[in-house]
Design a protein around this ligand. Structure first.
Ligand code: ADP
Length: 737
């Protein structure tokens, strides 16, 4: 392989040889031993290649140990060492910790680190041609054209020069032969521009400046220090944590900062805001990157050249060299929890990573998670508060609309009160936002003739009707079919009917109410790419949309100065199901949505439609009493010993048939170890009871706080002997149940 610098000089290990214990990015429980050939610089953390079975694989040296004299094994040698700086010890400890805590194999966690392992290669190079200024008398018209092109276009490839000059690429080579052009090998990736502006932000308000100072002091002092930056929406939390970033950048030339954001908040607008503040663009990490962009961010992070990395949850597993500060913005957001593969919570793991890196960490939110609030109360996190929006901007007035006394007309979803407010807002030349967390036209399709509810064959979940595409879609898997003309059960014609509202149906209702209004839908169906998202956000910001109808995608971070009315179509939709955080999440989501209104000089108003205005979450929303609401939630959880006052885990099992999963549940139940204070509930059908043809069951496990529930789960997993077709995994702090 051309991209590795070292090759083994010989492959036979000598007796006093050192052993490299190599961890591979595979779900294996242990590192494997290899011989380090003489003269090879393989040290702890080195990225290496080594043979595993018949294949050469990339792995990381986890440890280097002396070979014991009585060790008779004939070990295979490490083949090569990559020129990438070794993975620092703090990072290796973090991988081991994350594996242990989340009950996964260390190699499985390493696989997340090495996801963009192409970044181990140096940046790709290409050949460019630069005029030397050397004169020659062997010039032709074609050669002169190429030289002119090289002067105009600047250094570029032979093909490009030839194209611009309208000649064959051979002419470019000819100019090299006579010394008029010089060929140079260069990295195709330009080096990242380095941040330049570390000064204090302009025009900070009093409380912003104070919070900024506290963060700067902590970062300057160094060491592990967790903060909760608790500020209402629009209070300038970003401006304040910029202070901490500036301080960290100024500390050392290679100091690095990681900013985690929910995937859907990672817009170009946010990246540009960082660039404007620090004079250089941050390195991005999210699902919209090309492979080349991903490799580049990985490589530049590993080499310590990317100073600010801004990414979604998996950026937590990038191999920073000198991480000084972590920021987790919207720390309450549920997208920080990874639900498949290795399940982990990026906020909780982020705090642990900061601890191992001896770095500061800032959790920012307008609606902190109960867990985080309790940590702040108990003094584990230092809390900084921002209680006002700068300038004239005010939080919107929030009113509850009781749908029992203010019912929408038959077939409609907007109450007369909300409809009137929409009319008035349009007449005033201002913008409205309607929030409904349901994509498509109708969340359920039934047959009027036989009563059949159409289900997804793979998951048994209901199919959603999408009118724009005229398809029925499974939102769990993305599977879809054209809407059938006949009921697949009874064959009746034109009998299929969508039930309940989705954003498309609400858009239809608004179009009837306000025929002259410019209406757009903002959901993952209309904002499929960064470009489409930007388009909608830009049109909204420019006042080219009158009514925006959106799913949770609208709740995040966007500033719309002319938005004065927010309507929540169905505030109760998130309260169903047996989720212990349902109330908390509804509160967080709806206060984020309401917080979109009234950003600039225009005061805002939020109308929240509900059938349960007596619910504590609704009362708190209307009163703006977040802390009162959290207090009620806190008391309930403390009483029931639920997180964060107790621990919780889930065991998820799946199998291809109902009989097999029942059998597996029995085996697992019998294998459950006795644990002091540990209670095992179940098995019961999992929240998604069938997925991709597999039947799923779940146990829930609770314990007091001082029990090591990860160790318990790990012991349980190793105690069960299951048929090979059964899969089983643990989920610490499960979110959906
Ligand atoms: P948050 O992160 O708390 O929602 P932001 O940092 O995004 O708040 O700030 C909200 C808006 O207010 C942004 O447009 C920001 O530029 C502006 N802003 C913040 N602080 C100030 C200030 N001191 N003076 C003027 N504008 C400010």
């Amino acid at each position: 392989t051309p991209y590795v610098t070292e090759s083994p000089t010989h492959t036979k290990p000598s007796p006093d040889m050192k052993l490299a214990r190599i961890l591979f990015p595979l779900p294996l429980p242990e590192p494997f031993d290899y011989a380090i050939p003489d003269g090879m610089d393989a040290r702890p953390g080195s990225y290496v290649r080594a043979p595993l079975g018949k294949i050469e694989r990339t792995g990381v040296v986890w440890e280097v140990v002396e070979k014991k004299p009585d060790d008779e094994r004939d070990l295979k040698p490490v083949l090569d060492v990559f020129p990438t700086p070794p993975m620092p010890e703090a990072m290796r400890k973090f991988v081991s910790f994350a594996a242990r805590y989340n009950v996964a194999h260390p190699g499985h966690v390493l696989a997340m680190v090495l996801r963009a392992r192409g970044g181990l290669r140096p940046s790709p190079t290409s050949t460019i041609y630069v005029p030397t200024g050397h004169r020659s008398n062997r010039m032709t018209d074609a050669r002169i054209k190429v030289l002119d092109a090289a002067r105009d276009a600047g250094p570029t490839s032979a093909a490009e020069l030839a194209r611009q000059a309208g000649v064959s690429p051979g002419v470019v080579k000819g100019l090299v032969d006579i010394g008029a052009l010089e060929a140079r090998e260069v990295d195709t990736d330009l080096p990242y521009p380095q941040p330049t502006n570390f000064g204090v932000g302009d025009h900070l308000t009093g409380e912003q400046a104070e919070a900024g100072k506290a963060l700067r002091a902590a970062v300057a002092k160094g060491g592990f220090q967790p903060f909760l930056l608790d500020g209402i929406t629009g209070s300038g939390k970003t401006e304040v944590y910029f202070e901490a970033i500036a301080e960290a950048l100024s500390k050392a030339d290679d100091a690095q900062i990681l900013v985690l954001l929910p995937e859907i908040a990672l817009t170009q607008a946010v990246l540009s805001r960082f660039e404007a503040r620090f004079g250089a663009p941050p390195a991005p990490w999210h699902s919209g990157l090309s492979d080349a962009e991903r490799r580049r961010t990985w490589r530049e992070t590993a080499h310590g050249r990317a100073r600010i990395v801004i990414g979604a949850r998996s950026a937590l597993f990038l191999p920073f060299r000198n991480l000084k500060l972590i920021i987790i913005d919207e720390e309450h957001d549920t997208s920080f929890k990874q639900e498949d593969g290795v399940t982990y919570h990026a906020r909780d793991m982020g705090v642990m990573r900061a601890k191992l890196e001896d770095a500061a960490i800032i959790l920012a939110s307008a609606t902190p998670a109960l867990e985080t609030m309790v940590n702040a109360e108990q003094g584990r996190y230092q809390r900084l508060k921002l209680s006002a929006r700068p300038g004239a901007a005010k939080l919107p007035d929030v009113e509850l609309v009781d749908l029992r006394t203010n019912p929408p007309e038959k077939g409609n979803w907007l109450s007369p009160l909300l409809s009137r407010a929409l009319v008035e807002t349009l007449e005033a030349g201002e913008q409205s936002l309607l929030f409904l967390n349901r994509r498509g036209y109708a969340p359920l399709v039934i047959c009027k003739a036989c009563g059949e509810r159409l289900k997804s064959p793979a998951t048994e979940s209901w199919l959603t009707e999408h009118r724009y595409t005229n398809r029925l879609v499974c939102h769990l898997t993305g599977w879809s079919i054209p809407k059938p003309e006949k009921c697949p059960m009874c064959g009746a014609k034109d009998s299929l009917m969508g039930v309940g509202p989705g954003v498309e149906r609400v858009a239809e209702e608004v179009r009837t109410l306000l025929p002259q209004a410019r209406i757009e839908i903002f959901s993952s169906d209309t904002a499929r790419s960064g470009e489409e998202t930007r388009g909608i956000v830009d049109r909204m910001a420019a006042g080219e949309i009158d009514v925006l109808i959106g799913t949770q995608i609208v709740a995040k971070g966007h500033n719309f100065p002319k938005l004065t009315l927010v309507g929540v179509v169905d505030a109760d939709s998130g309260m169903k199901g047996g989720d212990l955080r349902a109330g908390e999440r509804t509160y967080q989501l709806l206060s984020q949505v309401a917080g979109r209104a009234g950003r600039a000089e225009h005061p805002g108003r939020a109308l929240i439609q509900t059938y349960g205005p007596e619910n504590p979450a609704m009362i708190a929303l209307a009163a703006g009493d977040r802390d009162g609401f959290l207090q009620i939630e806190r008391d309930v959880r403390a009483e029931l010993m639920l997180p964060p006052f107790g621990r919780m885990a889930a065991l998820i099992m799946s199998a291809p048939s109902p009989e097999l999963i029942q059998e597996a549940g029995k085996i697992a139940g019998q294998a459950a170890p006795n644990g002091e204070g540990v209670t095992v509930y179940g098995p019961a059908p999992a929240p998604i009871s069938i997925l991709r043809g597999r039947h799923r069951i779940r146990f829930l496990i609770t314990s007091p706080r001082d029990v090591d529930l990860s160790a318990y789960m790990s012991a349980w997993l190793s105690a069960m002997k299951l048929p090979s077709q059964v899969r089983v995994s643990a989920d610490i702090d499960p979110y959906s149940f």
